[in-house]
Design a protein around this ligand. Sequence first.
Ligand code: NAD
Ligand code: UDP
Length: 338
Amino acid sequence: MKVLVTGGMGYIGSHTCVQMIEAGMTPIIFDNLYNSKATVLPRLENLTGAAPKFVQGDIRDKALLVETMREHAIEAVIHFAGLKAVGESVQKPLEYYDNNVNGTLVLVDAMREVGIKSLVFSSSATVYGDPASVPILESFPTSATNPYGRSKLMVEECLTDFQTANPDWSITLLRYFNPVGSHPSGDLGEDPQGIPNNLMPFISQVAVGRREHLSVFGSDYPTHDGTGVRDYIHVMDLADGHIAALNKVGNKSGLHIYNLGTGNGLSVLDMVKAFEAASDKEIPYQLVDRRQGDIAECWADPSKARKELEWSADRTVDEMTRDTWNWQSKNPQGYPDL
Ligand code: NAD
Ligand code: UDP
């Protein structure tokens, strides 16, 4: 199956491309390299034996999308491309709505013009806002507390309306919990620009000596050790979830919504301890105030995906931390420039 992968040079997209090739699919990457580097491509080639086709372009460029879809006889689209930093989205809401919401509308319009009716969209557990209870089911109410989250929610709503009006389409909304880890080779990984916002890349940059210490945001949450609890999922499991989605529901018309998480909650300090064990490094940390907008606990009930996609996230926290450390220690400054 030939699949257009928007944002395929990024963290989750690149890992998904590896697993797609392993599964016999043909990814065609469409990415503007806004938050990724061209040197991902030779790494993909080394790992899979075949460099995926890559088109450098912006998802807001409909003509280029249409041309690419036609040229490569695309059958389905996995849509990762977008901006993802919560704090930045508060400062630059227009950029976030333009990239994430407008960009998705242009993409769907291009698919419609070409006649492609199968789409998998990268959504997020952020659409559950501050859930009333955990674990979180797909049927829980949705809400948003910042422009990034609102952009994901808006896209979900636009796609839902579009699918209702076009019942022969297959649209899958995958709500990711907290992706971490790397390809076990250590040749692909998460390479944030500037100071990392997310916990795992921050911890791994402390371990490798790029940052002095971790700030733990909040130690007075009603959790087992007072620090925030999340559902960390290995990026390779997450990648496999996309393949399962394409195989199981990519050909079935309808709107399909799945949580992609493990169903286990781990605290910030649990992750620090696991990382220390994996890296044999001490992670100095300071307990500081809560980060604005953070919630105490967020973890998935992933049973719908287990049942309907026959998929589950089985890689352990030791594999998550081991693989992150392998990537970070092999690539202390991230991907090289061209
Ligand atoms: P990433 O930034 O590593 O990858 C996104 C890719 O999209 C980058 O390569 C970037 O260059 C590209 N891109 C951005 N805007 C584009 C545009 N207008 N046109 C073409 N390419 C564009 O991010 P990621 O962590 O791999 O996340 C992928 C998707 O998953 C995003 O939509 C993100 O919101 C969503 N998501 C991520 C997380 C997470 O914690 N990483 C959690 C939930 C959901
Ligand atoms: N966190 C932290 N220090 C950091 C980054 C994150 O203590 O430098 C905490 C954050 O408060 C949350 C958890 O780690 O409890 C996961 O945060 P992240 O930003 O990775 O993901 P989120 O679930 O907030 O999207």
